[in-house]
Design a protein around this ligand. Structure first.
Ligand code: SAM
Ligand code: SF4
Ligand code: SF4
Length: 338
């Protein structure tokens, strides 16, 4: 799974931070209930990086060029006092984009505190408008209305919102058009994500991927689209606009059109392991060096070393890996965040 060293083409710009590995949902494509049940060993409180440790690491990463942070999980709104962390991160020079990904159900409780702390935008994950399909996809029979109420609360608080929909063939492709019709009216950007083989437990197969090209075709037949230029080099989502409107959609074709060549993203688990790929098999223990009294310069050098020696390109190699029947033991999505 090696890639020529190309750090200059793929500089470190973007850090996703999981603040907790627990979740109030059990989406079968991410945390199937039969694996992540009451016996599952989630991280304990003292294992999590504390807010000072996260902030210190982000400050150091910002020196290396990171300017974009996304807080995720598990469900990040389950982390106590998350607004305090947001406030600490927005104060870091060089961090000009801070976002959050959430399943949305706790937004009525937290949206205004998040906004007050300095958060400007968030992504809400929602895979269906139909309640039965939604309940099946969240694995906990949570009603879709609770997510819609969360989105409304976030909008009222003044947060800018995008909606992510994972499309899984045979499960929710029938929800693409209802979701399009709904969010075209609300004006929120809806982004479609191909079902991915993250982690080790979601029973992924290529046959369950509903290809992005088909998603675009389906939408075009009802609402003509025009492609838009990327907002910046390496933008993961391909952008389109409904003709005659300012409302956009995005397509994240991680399986059928991989974007490893432009991948500038690292991920930090809630217990401080740094991963240079969503499909990595191992990470680097930053918590240990943070707690061992190393100074900022040493930590910066360690981070730099990790990044310049990075060769990840899993999505570009997927077909080859599948052909060889290799089964790398990958990190779990709920542990490092999407
Ligand atoms: N709990 C939060 C949420 O669901 O938004 C944040 C963490 S979740 C792991 C982050 C994102 O990963 C969500 O948008 C989710 O839909 C996506 N995701 C999880 N498993 C996936 C899979 N197998 N394929 C594609 N996307 C996935
Ligand atoms: Fe939880 Fe998000 Fe994973 Fe669903 S996708 S189980 S909401 S972490
Ligand atoms: Fe980046 Fe890994 Fe995804 Fe490729 S597979 S885009 S290297 S995270």
């Amino acid at each position: 799974m090696d890639y020529p060293n190309d750090t200059l083409k793929r500089p470190l710009k973007d850090l996703r931070i999981s603040v907790i590995d627990q979740c109030n949902f059990r989406c079968p494509y991410c945390m199937p209930a039969e694996v992540f049940g009451s016996q599952y060993a989630f991280l304990k409180k003292n294992e999590l990086l504390n807010f000072e440790e996260i902030t210190r690491l982000v400050r150091i990463a910002a020196d290396l060029g990171v300017h974009k942070i996304r807080l995720t999980g598990g469900e990040p709104l389950l982390r106590k006092n998350l607004d305090q962390l947001i406030k600490m991160l927005t104060d870091i020079p060089g961090i000009d984009d801070l976002a959050l990904t959430t399943n949305g159900v706790l937004l009525p409780r937290f949206a205004s505190a998040l906004k007050g702390a300095g958060l400007r935008r968030l992504t809400v994950s929602m895979d269906a408008l139909d309640n039965g399909v939604f309940q099946k996809m969240n694995g906990r029979n949570v009603d879709v209305q609770s997510v819609l109420t969360g989105i409304e609360a976030a909008a009222e608080a003044g947060l800018s919102i995008k909606v992510n929909m994972v499309v899984q063939k045979g499960v929710n492709e029938g929800e693409i058009l209802p979701m399009v019709r709904y969010f075209r009216e609300t004006g929120h950007t809806l982004r479609f994500i191909e079902f991915m083989d993250v982690g080790n437990h979601n029973g992924w197969s290529l046959e369950q991927v509903f290809p992005s090209l088909k998603i675009v075709e389906l939408i075009q037949a009802e609402f003509p689209l025009e492609p838009l230029n990327p907002n910046y080099r390496g933008e993961v989502a391909r952008r389109y606009r409904y003709k005659g409107s300012e409302v956009e959609i995005g397509i994240i074709a991680s399986v059928t059109q991989p974007f490893c060549a432009n991948c500038t993203r690292a991920r930090l688990s809630a217990d401080g392991k740094l991963y240079t790929c969503l499909f990595a098999t191992e990470g680097w223990d930053m918590r240990e060096i943070l707690r061992n009294g190393e100074n900022d310069d040493d930590i910066r050098e360690t981070l730099r070393e990790i990044w310049v020696n990075r060769h990840d390109r899993y999505s570009e190699m997927r077909t080859e890996i599948l052909k060889k029947h290799l089964h790398p033991h990958k990190v779990e999505m709920s542990y490092i965040g999407g």
